[in-house]
Design a protein around this ligand. Structure first.
Ligand code: SF4
Length: 699
């Protein structure tokens, strides 16, 4: 028997065709009909059946380390939350969610805390992934709208990959790009990345810029477009505002292109070659991810890219647009339901009293939150300060993934109530839990996810839950009922939650908001089970979904026009010092996913890279007396990291690369997060995880 579902790893959101055997997933292959991957799977996706089973799973509810019944565990969570709220107010409670949650889980969690508990102290690990892209889109378009779709990668004539090792981190999209280049030899590929990654194998041009110079590179491009009279005046006049201010800000940054090239650490000829290519090509996709977002100026980086597309009118038609790519499988679904602390639900936020009132009325919510809550880094700082006294972590591992992870561990250690819902029993975070709630994992969960091209797909239950594991939406709803909100959380099946979410998306909308899937408001269980992948918005005008946005030049700002954003030069905050002389760049590996809770369960996925490492160039290795393969230590006042030296010319001098995955379960001394300072983008709250500073020595 075969069932169709979706891969739970990256934001590509590939469709999976699972072959079921006797109580197991016997085999997986790509879903040939799924429009995101057309039958392909990468090495992580194709090993999904190997990481299942009960080994290492959290199988029963635990309170203070003792096995208890579900009823007792849920009673205890509800009682403790009510008690905390009564004594210290709603803002003393926080939820920390995950892009691994399904949209239905996310929706219910957000509804409980923002509508009924009455605080917006709910954030998600998506904050670490793409919140700068969200903020950039909202500033430019008035909405968090990804304008493009994957087909655009094949229809374009110029792919500009910025801060994205697509070959490793979004492998199926990279395969689509490779195929597109084979089919269209005129397709040019530019990679902007300090490192020479596997993605550069496809590049006609590689700009190995200094880390943290992205916005200056694109502001320079905007200035070039203007000075060379390449602006699409008709588009700018009819569909945008703020052009002159953005041009002034861009032009004032450097006295000459030569000065800019030097600032970016590349030669002038390479810089100008890129600018000429961009300017001379009508169909340009700028494809960007964490290298752009994980910066203390991540939002400005996004807007510097978007400004160039607006100035040339390269948006809203096939093969053109600024295309941010999410890291997580359901980062987009989390954005839809308001999983971030500065969102409300259905792409509404706290900037509008009308929106707060609308969501409150729709939910019939007694305590609708009135203002933004704390974002991830600030949230765990507030836990350490004692301002937050109860935190519920769902499906994520902040004691490994957040910057300054030792601080996060301290905060969790000292917090009076830590609840963790997870499918795994031994994450770093679960060690601090007073109450552990076993959640279903991939192959057991049942709901929807939305990938990086706005495509909603079903993740279907293939197997019964392991042990006593329950779905996250059920766990949250049962706690809500015990807190006195039974009527609002009386869900029996995820299709009911999806239908409510869809109804809210259309509630008093009238085309004012981009996210609208109200055609699904009356979806039945049968239709939900059969739901085919579809890109939102899904409306009467677009019943089969919407491939790309802004074709009509209408945006979601008050004026209906897209906004240019003036961007000024901004250096990273974690700059090298004599004591910490190296820039530390961080990232993912081809065959691992985040903190390895799943991918770490199959030896096959360790054949690519089997231990923590540090990459550095030959010149730096010589300077530090380090030889290939020896253990090295990275130091920072916050902590240390130990890994094996890999000497490579792919690394710029003065810069190191460290993978993000390893943690206590696999290697106690290789949590790279301990080295990252808790520096964030002031607009998006996203941490500057791509630019640490460290010292290195041989052990
Ligand atoms: Fe899964 Fe991403 Fe690989 Fe597709 S590209 S199979 S979604 S990990």
């Amino acid at each position: 028997m075969h069932k169709l579902t979706t891969c739970p790893y990256c934001g590509v959101g590939c469709g999976v065709d699972a072959e079921l055997g006797e109580g197991v997933v016997a085999k997986v292959q790509g879903d040939k009909e799924h429009p995101s991957n057309y039958g392909r799977l990468c090495v992580k996706g194709s090993s999904l059946h190997e990481v299942l089973g009960t080994n290492g799973r959290l199988l029963s509810p635990l309170v203070d380390g003792q096995r208890v019944s579900w009823a007792d565990a849920l009673d205890r969570v509800a009682e403790e939350l009510l008690c905390t709220i009564k004594e210290h107010g709603p803002d003393s409670v926080a939820f920390y969610l995950s892009g691994q949650l399904l949209t239905e889980d996310y929706y219910v969690a957000n509804k409980l805390i923002k509508g009924f508990i009455g605080t917006a102290n709910v954030d998600t690990n998506s904050r670490l992934c793409m919140s700068s892209a969200v903020a950039g889109y909202k500033r430019a378009f008035g909405s968090d709208t990804v304008p493009c779709c994957y087909d655009d990668l094949e229809q374009t004539d110029l792919l500009v990959l910025v801060g994205s090792n697509t070959a490793w981190n979004h492998p199926i999209l990279f395969q689509r790009m490779q195929a597109a280049k084979r089919k269209n030899p005129d397709l040019k590929v530019v990679v902007v990345d300090p490192r020479r990654t596997a993605t550069c194998d496809l590049a006609d041009l590689h700009l190995a810029i200094k880390p943290g110079t992205d916005s200056e590179l694109f502001s320079g491009l905007l200035s070039y477009i203007s000075s060379e009279d390449l602006v699409n005046r008709a588009y700018v006049t009819q569909f945008t505002e703020g052009f002159n201010e953005a041009i002034s800000a861009a032009s004032e940054q450097f006295n000459s292109r030569a000065e800019l090239a030097e600032y970016c650490g590349i030669d002038l000829a390479t810089l100008e070659q890129f600018y000429q290519l961009f300017s001379a090509t009508d169909k340009v996709i700028s494809f960007y991810s964490q290298g752009v977002n994980q910066s203390s100026s991540g939002t400005d980086n996004s807007n510097a890219i978007i400004n160039c597309h607006l100035a040339t009118g390269r948006i809203g038609y096939p093969g053109a647009g600024p295309f941010s790519i999410t890291g997580q499988p359901n980062a987009m679904g989390g954005r839809e339901v308001g999983g971030l602390a500065n969102q409300l639900a259905a792409h509404m936020d706290f900037s509008s009293a009308e929106a707060i009132d609308r969501v409150g009325r729709f939910w019939d919510a007694p305590n609708i939150a009135q203002a933004n809550g704390l974002t991830a880094v600030n949230l765990f700082q507030a836990v350490e300060k004692g301002e937050i006294k109860a935190v519920w972590v769902m499906g994520t591992n902040p004691a490994v993934s957040l910057p300054n992870t030792n601080q996060v561990s301290r905060a969790l250690e000292e917090c009076p109530l830590v609840v963790v819902s997870d499918c795994m029993a031994s994450t770093e975070t679960i060690r601090y839990a007073d109450i552990c709630l076993p959640a279903t994992g991939w192959s057991e969960k049942n709901g929807t996810v939305t990938n990086a091209e706005r495509r909603i797909s079903r993740q279907r239950g293939l197997l019964p839950p392991s042990g006593e594991a329950k779905h996250d939406w059920w766990i949250i709803s049962e706690v809500a009922k015990r807190m006195g909100y039974a009527e609002a959380f009386d869900y029996q099946h995820p299709y009911q939650i999806f239908a409510e979410h869809a109804e809210l998306s259309g509630f008093e909308n009238d085309g004012k908001r981009d996210f609208d899937i109200s055609l699904f408001s009356d979806i039945t269980e049968t239709a939900y089970d059969a739901l085919k992948p579809v890109q939102w918005p899904v409306t009467n005008d677009a019943p089969y979904g919407t491939a790309r946005m802004f074709a009509d030049g209408r945006f979601y700002t008050p004026s209906g026009k897209a906004r240019f954003i003036p961007v000024t030069a901004n250096k990273p905050k974690q700059l090298p010092t004599p004591e910490l002389p190296y820039v530390m760049n961080t990232g993912r590996l081809r065959d691992q996913w985040h903190t390895m809770a799943m991918t770490g369960r199959t030896s096959r996925l360790f054949s690519h890279r089997d231990e923590p490492f540090v990459e550095l160039c030959q010149a730096d290795a010589q300077k530090e007396g380090i030889v290939e393969g020896e253990l090295v230590k990275l130091s920072h006042p916050q902590g240390e990291y130990i890994g094996r030296a890999r000497i490579t010319d792919d690394q710029r001098p003065g810069e190191l690369f460290v993978p993000m995955h390893w943690n206590g379960e696999f290697s106690a001394k290789a949590r790279m997060g301990v080295l990252l300072e808790p520096v964030t983008d002031p607009i998006s709250g996203q941490p500057e995880s791509k630019h640490g500073r460290v010292a290195i020595e041989a052990l």
